[in-house]
Design a protein around this ligand. Structure first.
Ligand code: TXA
Ligand code: MG
Length: 338
């Protein structure tokens, strides 16, 4: 166990003296959790095998699930990856800094444990002043998975990081809530056509408009390529039931049926109309951005009411909604289709 220090830091213009303290921890092999525009990351020196191993230990993450490396500029990208294809450069020009992670060929300077033995590496440039300032001040690429215990909902606030990783991380930079709320799109650029391994805020259409056709993961062979997608993910303690596309009546009936067996929490954009001592309800906006910003925090919060089941209303799985529904399906142990 270590002492976890929490620094409140300005998200638009991070105080240089606070960044310097965080960077010195990274440089001596420690762990710093920091906000990105997607979710909070758990950062360490990507060139140090020992530092990277501390990330896996803190999260309880399986060693065969590789991490994303964060860079602050193109020069740093060239220390991380080699043989970068022209199509990858096009995506970088258009979407960096931003929530798009590219899988590229790994450069020798990168700690092998980052990639879990693969000869590729996942890399992105976050669109968040704190993250960029930290990487620049450390002067090294920073490996950072989401800063949650493995299997739990990703953290969108410093409080979530503390909930999962108090005593496991040296410092948490608290820059307020993450703007987007779900993780980056991951695309494998080492294959032709490129394959989207994880949908995210940068949509499939936005990518193929720029570089032509891309595939999405469906086959188990592809799941093997992005090992993280094999594991149970994003789950609160309660069982999650996802109503993929449901009328108000289906939602109401499902909740009422489940209430005969135990406590129920409901998260959605359509009010259920139910009033019951064993029932908690959280209503959020219907747009993809409303869901993205709210789902992880809401699942954690509803869990606090100790429900047996959390019922979640889905949204249209197109555009950014595809990423939202991907996360909800992975969190769910049951999916109800109308
Ligand atoms: O938005 C994000 O991407 C956040 C913030 C902190 O940047 N990070 C994040 O990291 O979501 P993590 O570790 O929770 O997810 C990384 C994903 C996993 O699905 C992993 O399997 C995949 O990226 N990945 C990493 N390296 C890979 C590689 N070399 N080949 C294929 N997939 C890889
Ligand atoms: Mg994660």
């Amino acid at each position: 166990m270590t002492q976890t220090e929490i620094l409140l830091i300005d998200h638009a213009t991070p105080q240089p003296e606070l960044i310097a303290r965080a960077a010195s921890i990274i440089k001596r092999g420690g762990l710093v959790a920091f906000p990105t525009e997607t979710v909070y990351g758990l950062g360490a020196d990507a060139t140090s095998d020992d530092a990277v191993r501390r990330i896996f230990d803190a999260k309880g993450r399986p060693a065969d699930n590789p991490l994303i490396i964060h860079v602050a500029d193109r020069q740093m990208l060239n220390r991380v990856a080699v043989d970068i294809a022209d199509t990858a450069i096009k995506l970088i020009d258009q979407f960096w800094p931003g929530p798009l992670t590219l899988v590229l060929r790994r450069a020798p300077a990168i700690a092998p444990s980052v990639s879990a033995g693969l000869d590729t590496v996942a890399v992105r440039m976050p669109d968040a002043p704190i993250a960029l300032a930290l990487i620049r001040a450390a002067g090294i690429p920073i490996a950072a998975p989401s800063a949650n215990t493995s299997g739990r909902p990703s953290p969108t606030s410093a409080g979530h990081v503390l909930e999962d990783l108090a005593g496991q991380v040296d410092m948490i930079l608290d820059g307020g809530p993450a703007a987007i709320g779900i993780e980056s799109t991951v695309i494998d650029m080492t294959v032709d056509p490129p394959v989207i391994l994880r949908p995210g805020w940068v949509t499939r259409d936005a990518i193929s408009d720029l570089i032509g056709p891309v595939r999405t993961t469906a086959s188990s062979a592809d799941l093997g390529r992005s090992p993280g997608t094999r594991y149970k993910h994003y789950s609160p303690r309660a069982r999650v039931v996802l109503i993929q596309r449901g009328s108000a009546e289906l939602i109401r009936q499902t909740c009422l049926d489940l209430l005969t067996k135990g406590a129920v929490a409901y998260l959605g954009h359509t009010p259920s109309g139910i009033s019951h001592p064993q029932f908690a309800e959280m209503i959020i906006g219907p747009a993809s951005r409303d869901y993205a910003a709210a789902i992880y925090a809401s699942l954690r919060l509803l869990d606090e009411t100790n429900p047996d089941v959390i019922v979640v209303q889905g949204i249209e799985p197109s555009g950014e909604g595809e990423a939202v529904m991907d996360r909800l399906k992975r969190a769910a142990s049951e999916v109800i289709l109308e």
